[in-house]
Design a binder for this molecule. Structure first.
Ligand code: HEC
Ligand code: HEC
Length: 286
């Protein structure tokens, strides 16, 4: 009898535990959304814009994308989505109807986000007030507006799969790698691309001659950042002020406001430790 009760209690505890896990944690999700900068691309740039209600214009060489409404509104947002739809969108870059998302949505990085973090993000998005703001169609140059072409792009450049920590790294560096590669998607701007828009993986985080707004994006490997102390780097990622007293240009300024400036001290230290651990790659000649 006693053994039986103990077993039942064990089952109950396990159920309670997995229940807590299955429910997700909106507070953690809110932090992860910051670490991933979701709000920037999904909020119009205007005073009093509703966060996550979409309308942000993202100019690229292929045309202008408009971040969609991801509030839980039943028709204008994600109200009718299941959690599985959300996981498929971030992990595989697929719409609920099976069409491909354009990689202006940085799912090539988000595919590395772990299962429980995806669940927390989803639970957080469900807590947002629904907004009826309608989505805008993207304004893309011919033939980049053809979604089916993205299938070819993904075949060439997209490797789906969750982040796996390298056992040779310390826990701190592994956490930093996850923050930079999966959530922070820093490589989407700080890595040069080939003419088809695929990342040059052998030059990961070594800077790009032309970033999202056409300007140079600096090298984040020790080849450049060795000039900065950890304190200077931390100060920059929190405030946007460089050691010389300059202010970060707006593209990075927004990342600092929405993302790195919101990270805990431990997570910032992890990002810095990871950047320090990268192989030093010299700037690419122009
Ligand atoms: C760099 C800009 C950018 C960032 C950062 C970004 N998104 Fe998006 N997202 C987009 C764009 C652009 C699309 C539309 C892609 C398309 O139409 O093919 C999109 C689409 C989506 C969709 C599909 C919406 C629909 O109606 O089909 C979801 C869900 C989504 N994003 C969630 C997120 C979450 C969650 C985050 C943070 C973890 C995030 N996004 C961060 C740009 C971004
Ligand atoms: C949307 C594009 C974009 C993303 C995403 C992005 N950055 Fe940047 N970053 C820039 C640009 C552009 C600059 C140059 C700013 C300037 O010239 O003032 C920059 C500058 C920097 C610098 C200063 C380097 C120097 O030598 O001046 C650091 C450090 C940095 N970024 C780290 C990061 C980290 C860490 C992430 C990910 C959490 C990240 N960035 C994500 C665009 C981006």
């Amino acid at each position: 009898m006693r053994a039986c009760c103990a077993a039942a209690l064990g089952l109950l505890l396990a159920a309670a535990h997995s229940g807590a896990f299955a429910q997700g944690d909106a507070k953690r999700g809110a932090y992860l959304a910051k670490a991933a900068g979701c709000v920037g691309c999904h909020t119009e740039v205007k005073k009093d814009a509703t966060p996550y209600a979409g309308g942000r214009a993202l100019k690229t060489p292929f045309g202008t994308f408009y971040g969609p409404n991801i509030t839980p509104h039943p028709s204008a947002g994600l109200g009718r989505w299941s959690e599985a739809d959300f996981v498929r969108a971030l992990r595989l870059g697929l719409r609920p109807d099976g069409a491909h998302y354009f990689p202006a949505f940085p799912y090539p990085s988000f595919t590395r986000i772990g299962d429980s973090d995806l669940r927390d993000l989803w639970v957080y998005l469900r807590t947002l007030p629904p907004s009826a703001r309608p989505n805008q169609a993207h304004d893309l140059r011919f033939p980049f507006g053809w979604r089916f072409l993205v299938a070819g792009w993904k075949w060439l450049f997209f490797s789906p799969g969750v982040f796996a920590a390298d056992p040779k790294r310390t826990l701190l560096v592994a956490r930093g790698a996850y923050l930079v590669e999966a959530l922070g998607h820093c490589g989407e701007c700080h890595t040069a691309r080939n003419f088809l828009g695929g990342l040059k993986h052998d030059r990961f985080l070594a800077g790009a001659a032309k970033g999202p707004d056409g300007d140079r994006v600096p090298n984040l490997t020790p080849a450049r950042l060795k000039k900065w102390s950890d304190g200077e780097l931390k100060g920059f990622l929190q405030t946007g002020l460089t050691p010389d007293g300059d202010v970060a240009a707006e593209t990075m300024g927004e990342v600092i406001r929405n993302t790195t400036g919101e990270l805990t001290s431990e997570d910032l230290a992890a990002v810095i430790a990871y950047l320090r651990s990268l192989p030093a790659i010299a700037d690419e000649p122009d």
